[in-house]
Every structure is written in C-alpha cells, then in structure tokens.
Design a binder for this molecule. Structure first.
Ligand SMILES: [Zn+2]
Length: 626
C-alpha cells in the first residue's frame, strides 16, 4: 500500500523525465527530498540534436567479468582511499603561485569517482562524493570565484584549465547524481566570474594558459554543460564565442581539420587538450545542430583514429611523457620517438569516442573503445586497482617495462594520469549496453546484467553470459516484462570475420563492423547464442620495418619476461594452431602458446609487476623466412 508521502514522491518522479532520478530515489532517501524541492525541468530539455545512442542510467549495467572486477578494485583501492580534502585545499588557500596544476586534480578525480559510482553504485563512495562537492563549493568567494590561483595570477598558466575541471566535476555531479540547486548556483557563479576576465572585449581565450590556447579553450565542454543545466542563454553565447576563437592561437583547429590538416599540425599538437576541445564541440553541436560542427568532430575522430592511435588503443608520443600527436600510427613500432601513450590521452580518446558513438551509432567506434579498454586502459592499471601508470611501456617495439605514475608536482602526491585512469575504466559499463530510440544495444560481451527501458516504458532485462574475451561463445538471455516486438542490436566487431548468431535456433547473419539488428517478438527467457571469431590475427607495422603484432579478438598479445625471452623473434606460421593455455601463471590473465612454443600473454597482464625486471614487447620481430 502506498503512503501519501510515497505518492507525492512518485508524482514528482513521474514529472522528471530522467530515469536516473528514479534510480537515485530508490538508492538514496536524502536525494528524494532534493528532488521534491528542486526544479523538475530536466537539464537539456532544450537540446536541439538528440543522440542516436544513449547510455543507460546509473546502476543499470553491472559488469561481472574482467572489466567489472577491475572497476570494483579501482573503486575500493583507489577512489575510496583518496584524501578528497587534500584536493580541495588549493582552492581554499588560493595560493598556487608556481604556475602548476594542483587545480586539475579535484575535478579529474571526482569525475572518475562519479562515473565509477554510476557503473557500480557504492554508498560509501557516494557519501565521499557528496561531501567533497559541498567542501569545494564552500571555497567559493562572494565574487563567484573557485580557483587555486591568487587573483593577480588568474587566467595565466593552468588556471582556466583547473576551473574547467571544477565545472566538469560539478556538472557530472548534477547530471549523474543530484540536480542540486546549490551545485547549479555554484556553476553559474563560477562561469559568470570567468566571463568578467575572459571574453569579447577583454582577454581572448586562445591567449590564456598553455599549449597554444588548447588547454584554456577546452573549457568549452563545461560551458556548454552549464548552459544545458541552467538554460541561461549567455552561457550558450559564451560557448559560441569560445568555439569561434578556434581553440588555438596557432590555427583554428575546428576549421583546419576540415581542410585536411592532420592532428599533429593542429594547435601545438598537444593530444588530450585538443581532444578535449573537440569533446566540447560535440556538446556544442547538440545545442546548435550546426552541421559544420558535427562534420568537424567526425573528421577529427577519423583523422586521430587513422593517423595516431596505437595497436593498444592508446596515443601520444614525441616528448618524455608521450603527450603529443606525431604520426603515432606509423611511429608506434619504432624505437626513438619519445615516450608513448600518456594515460590522459587514452582516457580522453575513449571519452571522445563515446561522444562520437552517441552522435553516430557507428559500431566501429565501439570497436575502438573496446580495443582501448582491454589493452591501454586495463594495461595502465596496477592489478589491485590502487595505482596507474602515466605512459605506456616505451617503446612498444623492443623490450620495455611499465612504471607507476610518480609524484608529478613534488610533494603534492598526485599525477594527472593517476587521476584520469579510473575515468577511462568507468567507460566500460557506460558503453557495454546502451539504447537507441527503439531498443537495447549490446556493445560489450563480458558477463553483464543490464536493465533497459523501451520507449513505451517496458523494462527489459538482459543477462550476458560467457567467458569473453577468453572465449567467443556468448549467450544473452532476454527478459522483457511482457512479450513484445522490438529491435535489439548486437555489435558485430570488425575483427570478428565470421560471426554466427541464433535466437531460439533461428539463425541471423552478422556482418563484421556493423550492428546486427534483430527485430522480432521477444518472450521472457529468449536466448541469443553468439559465436564470435577470435582467431589470432597478424598486423604488420605501418612503418614497413617488418615488426608484427598479434591480436586475439580485441586483445593485443605481448611477450613478457616471466614467460620467455622478450624481443626474441617469433614464428608466425600456423597461427590457427595457437592455443590458450588453461592455467596461466600468477598475475597473467590470458596465456597463449604459438606453434613454435613461444608463450605470449594479453597486453594488460604483460609487465604488470611494474618493475624494471618485468619486460614486455608488443611489436615483435619474425624469425627468418617468415
Ligand atoms: Zn596524464
């Protein structure tokens, strides 16, 4: 029987179009109060362009396999161990006088925590998030400013970049957890304050901060989100002004990409600041519907994918931290190209891919995200989830080893990639099962439980079972609350050359690199049987140097010094005879044995002792004549 109070709550919830609010109302009683008091207009009611594909609300996708286990460890051993008060301190003191970036850590880490909580709701983590959001807002001064820089140094160095992360942390809190008036007000005041310092007639944003303006200009994304949350037109105008400045003082990155200028020649080539600018443009496109903005986003996506991303789903090289675009697709198999693959680049790449997937519903974008998740992302995490590496093993050709991220600003105890790694991992539940306008979309195949609501409100449960990615045999049990006709989409990965799909014995043909759409009358308990083609594939290095890499489905294989000689030539004959061995040694997730006896493991496990003695190699040489 419903009480009067619960009826009021239900009425309020039914007014809110966001299912997220319902989830939260179940999970957290105090938020129900906030929902009743707050405004009931959902953020984004004015959005012009609807996404082709959308993530499900928090808690609706539970991963049970490798990625899910890793996310659990990341939450338990890193995100719940963070000293959040330490991250707020620079804003309270406002004394960041040495031009550093202590200002980025609060937003980066809180965003990691919020997105991880969305994938695996955890009450303790939620309490920490709520507390630190309130703590941060308490540092806001009457002028609206939340900054770690003293007023005379504001807008210089990393100040606007830091304020970008403040706004992103607050925006994610508002959009994922609680439509809090206090958060909305704090965002409004923070942005109004910035607009007194940078804007038409004052400072040009491309002349602020580092990386030829890319860092400051990437505030575009939270400016658009602040507009989406508040509906205040001055913020949309400000976003349009920022975009019109072109992202960089070197060239207009948004128009140059349409003229075929490669990513390494946009701005100063700094990889993740640049991607962050294009993330902002994708958000702006949703508000304007301007087709040129979409064209620019998609052109940039294709260029980065084709010119820069490594076999492992990672990018960035040139300097000692692996932070710049520099023809990475070709140079990844070479020895002297600087360091490779900053984890911040991996994180921003996978997030940017998420933007493109939402806009286009193109399954090959999900392929790229899967590749990054099973290799660059899992491979960057220390196995117990407590720490991350800054750059990927360098070089990827020849022996190298993994290192833990250090203390980036001496004495502060944080590192940009340590802050961002968990955010990349949290993309896994976000993308694993999504929905389009008509039905569920399955993107990842590890064991998962998901609950999708169809357009008519019918709940559908999906249970994905199997040992993916070790095995290509997957089953999906589909349980709608009532029998009914709807389409269900399955990603057929581009690497799966021959995929078989059957529903209750009826066969469907899956084409690699597309979604297979199965539209039928679904009854509770219908079973989809999928067989993905995980056969080992060989990839020649694009520089013509003769090195090769091997993949097993989405998983990149590597030599590891615990299993044999590293950078020793391998025989690539009879790859079909390569077997997965059932009992890998401790620390190794998947163990492969080539026909010549060479043992290889998955890239994520390779070198995961994070020590100099534990060497690995991805781009391998072939024994003579092969
Ligand atoms: Zn980083």
């Amino acid at each position: 029987m419903r009480t009067k109070t619960s009826l009021i709550i239900l009425t309020v919830l039914s007014l809110a179009s966001s299912l997220r609010a319902e989830v939260m109302a179940d999970a957290e009683p105090s938020l129900r109060k906030d929902r009743q008091a707050g405004n009931q207009k959902s953020p984004g009611d004015h959005v012009v362009v609807a996404d082709t594909m959308k993530p499900l609300p928090p808690g609706k996708v539970q991963l049970r396999g490798w990625l899910g286990d890793s996310l659990r460890l990341s939450i338990a051993n890193r995100l719940k161990k963070v000293d959040y008060a330490h991250l707020v301190e620079p804003f309270r003191l406002r004394n960041e006088r040495d031009g550093r970036w202590r200002c980025e850590f609060w937003g980066k880490i809180v965003r990691s925590s919020i997105q991880s909580w969305s994938g695996q709701p955890d009450d303790e983590l939620l309490v920490m998030i709520r507390k630190t959001v309130a703590d941060l807002i308490s540092t806001q001064t009457p002028d609206g400013c939340i900054s770690s820089y003293p007023v005379e140094l504001q807008t210089k160095d990393w100040d606007i970049w830091g304020r970008k992360y403040v706004l992103l942390g607050l925006a994610r809190y508002y959009l994922e957890i609680e439509q809090s008036e206090a958060v909305k007000k704090a965002m409004t005041r923070e942005l109004d304050y910035l607009m007194t310092q940078v804007g038409p007639g004052t400072n040009n944003i491309v002349n602020c901060g580092h990386q030829s303006g890319l860092a400051a200009s990437s505030i575009l994304e939270p400016v658009v989100l602040t507009y989406r949350i508040t509906g205040e037109k001055r913020f949309l105008d400000y976003a349009l002004w920022i975009a019109a400045q072109g992202g960089s003082s070197a060239n207009n990155i948004y128009t140059s990409i349409l003229q075929g200028i490669p990513p390494c020649k946009l701005g100063n080539g700094k990889a993740y600041e640049m991607m962050s600018c294009f993330e902002g443009l994708a958000e702006l496109y949703r508000e304007t519907g301007n087709p040129d903005q979409k064209k620019s986003v998609l052109a940039f996506y294709r260029a980065v994918r084709d010119q820069e991303i490594f076999m492992t789903g990672v990018g960035g090289l040139k300097d000692s931290w692996g932070e710049f675009w520099d023809n990475g697709k070709i140079k990844q198999a070479q020895l002297h190209v600087g360091s490779l693959g900053e984890t911040c680049v991996t994180t921003t790449w996978i997030k940017f891919c998420g933007q493109v997937l939402r806009l286009t519903g193109d399954s090959t974008v999900a392929d790229e995200m899967e590749r990054a998740l099973y290799n660059g992302v899992l491979g960057a995490m220390v196995p117990d989830g407590s720490w991350w590496m800054h750059r990927n093993p360098t070089p990827l050709a020849g022996p190298s080893n993994k290192d833990r991220a250090g203390d980036q600003i001496k004495g502060y105890g944080e590192d940009c990639c340590l802050a961002q790694g968990p955010r990349a991992l949290a993309v896994a539940p976000w993308m694993a099962v999504m929905k389009d306008a008509r039905g569920p979309v399955i993107n990842l195949y590890e064991s998962t439980e998901a609950a999708v609501e169809l357009a008519d409100g019918t709940p559908v449960k999906l249970a994905i079972e199997g040992k993916y990615p070790a095995s290509g045999e997957v089953s999906v049990v589909v349980t709608p609350a009532k029998p009914g006709k709807f389409p269900l989409k399955l990603r057929i990965p581009a690497w799966s050359r021959k995929t078989t799909v059957a529903v209750n014995g009826q066969d469907f043909a899956g084409v690699a690199g597309t979604y297979l759409c199965i539209e039928r009358n679904w009854n509770p308990g219908d079973v989809i049987k999928i067989q993905l083609d995980l056969r080992i594939q060989i990839h020649e290095a694009a520089d013509g140097g003769g090195r090769v890499a091997l993949t097993y489905g989405p998983v990149v294989l590597a030599q590891d010094s615990r299993l044999g000689n590293v950078d020793a030539p391998i025989c690539t004959d009879k790859l079909d005879a390569c077997v997965i061995e059932p009992n890998p040694p401790k620390g190794v997730c998947m163990l492969f044995r080539l026909a010549d006896g060479t043992a290889l493991c998955d890239y994520a496990s390779a070198g995961n002792e994070f020590s100099k003695r534990n060497q690995l190699c991805v781009w391998m040489t072939r024994s003579v004549g092969k």
